[in-house]
Design a protein around this ligand. Structure first.
Ligand SMILES: [Zn+2]
Length: 227
């Protein structure tokens, strides 16, 4: 589905509005609770006052897909993450209660209707370094970026698109950071089949990039990549 120009502009307006509400928001507290460092350039957001059409996402973390283009093309899409799956301390010191049931009636992550799968954080492709990390999902990319490694987030392997390959082809190495479980290893295998410069980095059973960096720190993580 082609987005009309007015819809593109709405996405930029929305992403900017959500970004201004992020600091000290429940979404910010949620990220801190997960040990996810602050990466201002990713301009994450909090949906306190949704724009028209985003009402179901009130109270969620907004994950804008910022891209190098400016103007009405600055935001490719926005995804939303429910932050009610953990008990987090709100900025005012109170605890926000989690769901009783896990994400009943909605996904953990939600996209906008008609938006195709995309790569998250395409700004990372502009790095002058010869390497880039590829994660499954956005929040692991946030963790890797916080460890000062340029990181792209891919949707699951079933949502991979042929046009994701060429922008990754120019790197000396693409570190593929699948989760330390069966699905994550399948993701890594599939990506390595597609990209001749891909190198799978196994972070260990039960570890994803977020958990690894939270537990062992960015230096150990970079060491794991051989950097
Ligand atoms: Zn939920």
């Amino acid at each position: 589905m082609k987005l009309r120009d007015s819809q593109k502009a709405d996405l930029v307006t929305a992403a900017k509005r959500y970004a201004t509400k992020y600091e000290n928001s429940p979404a910010h507290a949620y990220m801190a609770h997960r040990g996810l460092g602050s990466v201002p350039r990713l301009r994450l957001g909090y949906v306190s006052e949704p724009v028209v059409g985003h009402e179901p996402h009130r109270g969620r973390l907004a994950i804008p897909y910022w891209r190098p283009a400016g103007g009405i093309h600055a935001v490719a899409t926005i995804r939303f993450r429910c932050i009610a799956d953990a008990c987090v301390r709100a900025p005012d010191g109170s605890y926000l209660p989690p769901h009783r049931e896990k994400h009943e009636g909605h996904g953990k992550y939600m996209g906008l209707p008609g938006h195709p799968p995309r790569l998250f954080n395409t700004n990372a492709l502009l790095t002058s370094r010869p390497y880039i990390a590829l994660n499954e999902g956005e929040l692991d990319s946030v963790a890797v970026e916080s460890a000062d490694v340029p990181a792209i987030g891919a949707p699951g392997v079933s949502s991979w698109r042929d046009h994701f390959d060429p922008p990754l082809a120019g790197f000396e190495v693409v570190f593929v950071l699948g989760d330390g479980d069966e699905a994550g290893r399948r993701f890594a295998t599939k990506v390595c089949e597609r990209l001749p410069n891909a190198k799978s980095v196994d972070l260990g059973d039960g570890y994803d990039a977020n958990r690894f960096i939270h537990e062992f720190g960015p230096a150990r993580f970079r060491e794991r990549l051989g950097l």
